[in-house]
Design a protein around this ligand. Sequence first.
Ligand SMILES: O=C(O)COP(=O)(O)O
Ligand SMILES: [Mg+2]
Length: 223
Amino acid sequence: MTRPSPAPFDAVVFDLDGTLIDSAPGMRAAACAMLADLDLPQPDLATVIGFVGNGAPKLVERCLLWAGAVPEAHPGALEDFLDHYTRDPLSGTTVYDGARDLLAALAARGTRLGLCTNKPEVPTRAILDAFDLGPFASVVGGDTLPKRKPDPAPLLRVISDLGVTAVATLYVGDSITDWLTARAAGVRYVHVDGGYQTGPIPDFEPWLHVANLREALEFLYRP
Ligand SMILES: O=C(O)COP(=O)(O)O
Ligand SMILES: [Mg+2]
């Protein structure tokens, strides 16, 4: 763990997939169902993990390209994927160890909590409810605004909903998308290993870099 000097923060905003939850098997199941509907081959889990991070439209496009298809030839593929996924967003999804403890500890110390994900908002809210993750005072998904991460707009929306400033906020994520989003928003970035980032991140300067959420808790929670 790289330990920065502790500095006060009023809010912590979390990424979802690969940060609080391991949802790749569930996304792979929906992607495979979509590809099966088109009689196309189906990728393994590691391949799908490499496609996650830029939202459902990109995931579907990358799956189609991987399967040797032309994305423009299958305009209904995204809707089909979302149909499969929103019908059952919980199977194949688990909460990472330490996630609930970290959220509860931050909430107990009065920290405002937000969620900023590229997952569409409907399955995001279903997952947060079902797994009792929170309490998030603001939730922004990949389809909530016209732009998604790494555009800073979704993170800035959460920050404004929370009534805090960017400099008083931390963003916790697992991928290059999250780092670029935080940097563009002027927010300190906490990177958690063990998610879906598959390669090195260029010019990477996280404020805090931890192996897992228990390590994040150890550093961030000052009772
Ligand atoms: O759905 C995705 O592509 C990534 O979702 P995330 O932003 O929660 O990591
Ligand atoms: Mg993520």
